[in-house]
Design a protein around this ligand. Structure first.
Ligand SMILES: [Fe+2]
Length: 434
């Protein structure tokens, strides 16, 4: 474990933002992935604590595979693959590309070693830089942009997967050394307030210049009843009240699947929470810490978010209510670039805004199942498998987390996970009305 804090020093300010060239954005994103992994030992790079999580080494290789497979092998006539066998070895789920190892067995890939994966990255970087500096075809430009956004998604997964892997170790080792005060406590957050939104027909979904994933469109109209959205996220302290009120033991608060999940897994608190001598602690990127009651609750499933909202005599917002409300908010907050990699309590400057914490901190569960928008058509070819084929049995989350890069998130962005999942930074914002 290194003692430095590589993420805090990332040179991401301009390079991943709109004004940077595609080449600058590409290089900045590739560098960021390596910086996120810098505190990890070689052994840490191979951790896979559960099938949902992948080793950091695999993420570094697979993001490289994406550029090699969809860009270089497809559009560069004279390109020679770094190692032809990697085409199937680092394929994640693209049936059009062919066979691949079982996801649950990614931790068995001790070869290639980390040095070879780094060499693979450099080899592909050189080829992409050559392509981008010698007049790339318009299709390749679009695919480079997709590859950049794909790698940003995997950057967040590196953080959450390694966090889960290190937590699985009974010693609860830290991802990185502790920064500053070991026992920080935030200032008390102000009471949650309701913000009202009028009923009406709203246009939702991505349209226009810039990048949006295919699942964010087509832009279309939805009718919304008048609704109210909470001014901030639900805190650890509020979630603790739910627990102390026997929330986990009260069947009528839970969806049937959720109640089964609670009982089968013996859930009694969010993931990473532990009671020590009567006090609640939780595992963070910097190891075990006493619970800060003012921070947003994180690592709860959809089932827990839904049960909490019922206990609070409220509900979860739909994804469209969230999107309409988010339009008035700046796309700013506790995102990857803050370097915290942990949710933070509402700060004074944020509290002055009508809605705080809409972007960053935790992905916010919505009451909306993940499905296609009217007129949705996946892209032609293998990249058409990117989003569309997962539109079943998952719920939409909005707003990004403390591990999401700033340039990756926007009001129309749709993340999605099955309702039982907890290892991502997932939290709760309440809604009310109608
Ligand atoms: Fe991927």
């Amino acid at each position: 474990m290194h003692s430095t804090s590589p993420i805090r020093d990332l040179p991401m300010s301009a390079a991943t933002q709109g004004e940077a060239s595609l080449l600058e954005k590409y290089l900045a994103v590739r560098e960021t992935s390596l910086r996120i992994c810098a505190p990890l030992s070689i052994e840490d790079h191979g951790l896979q604590p559960m099938p949902d999580a992948s080793p950091a080494k695999w993420h570094l290789a697979h993001t490289t595979w994406f550029f090699e497979t969809f860009l270089l092998s497809g559009y560069q006539q004279d390109y020679r693959p770094f190692q032809p066998a990697f085409r199937s070895l680092f394929n994640s789920y693209y049936n059009a590309v062919g066979d691949r190892p079982l996801r649950a067995l990614r931790h068995t890939l001790s070869r290639p070693g980390l040095n070879e994966v780094h060499a693979y990255r450099s080899y592909v970087d050189d080829a992409i830089v050559h392509m981008l500096t010698t007049g790339p075809a318009p299709e390749s430009v679009a695919l480079v942009t997709l590859g950049i956004n794909h790698e940003q998604q995997h950057q967040e997964l590196i953080v959450t997967d390694v966090k889960n892997g290190l937590w699985t170790n009974p010693l609860r080792p830290a991802f990185r050394a502790i920064q500053g005060n070991h026992h920080p406590t935030s200032a008390a957050v102000s009471a949650m307030e309701w913000r009202s939104f009028d009923e009406g027909i709203y246009s939702v979904g991505f349209a226009g210049d810039g990048f949006g994933f295919d699942n964010e469109g087509p832009r279309h109209n939805v009718y919304l009843e008048g609704f109210r959205l909470a001014s901030r996220l639900v805190t650890n302290g509020e979630y603790l009240e739910f627990m102390r009120d026997n929330g986990y033991g009260t069947a009528e608060l839970w969806l049937s699947d959720g109640w089964d999940c609670v009982r089968n897994n013996q859930w009694s608190a969010p993931l990473y929470w532990e009671q020590r001598d009567g006090e609640w602690w939780h595992y963070t990127i910097e190891g075990m810490k006493p619970l800060d009651l003012n921070e947003p609750v994180a690592h709860v499933s959809y089932y827990e978010a839904d049960a909490f909202s019922r206990w609070a005599a409220a509900r979860l917002p739909t994804e469209f209510e969230w999107e309409v409300a988010a339009r008035s908010c700046r796309v700013a907050g506790n995102l990857l670039e803050s370097g915290r990699l942990h949710p933070r309590a509402v700060e004074a400057v944020e509290a002055a805004e009508p809605l705080s914490q809409m972007f960053g901190n935790v992905w916010e569960w919505t009451a909306s199942p993940y499905g296609p928008y009217p007129g949705f058509k996946p892209a032609e070819g293998a990249v058409g498998e990117y989003n569309g084929k997962f539109m079943c049995n998952q719920m939409v989350l909005r707003g990004g987390s403390c591990a999401t890069p700033q340039s990756h998130i926007r009001a129309t962005y749709r993340n999605f996970f099955p309702p039982h999942v907890r290892w991502q930074f997932m939290g709760i914002r309440l809604a009310n009305g109608n």
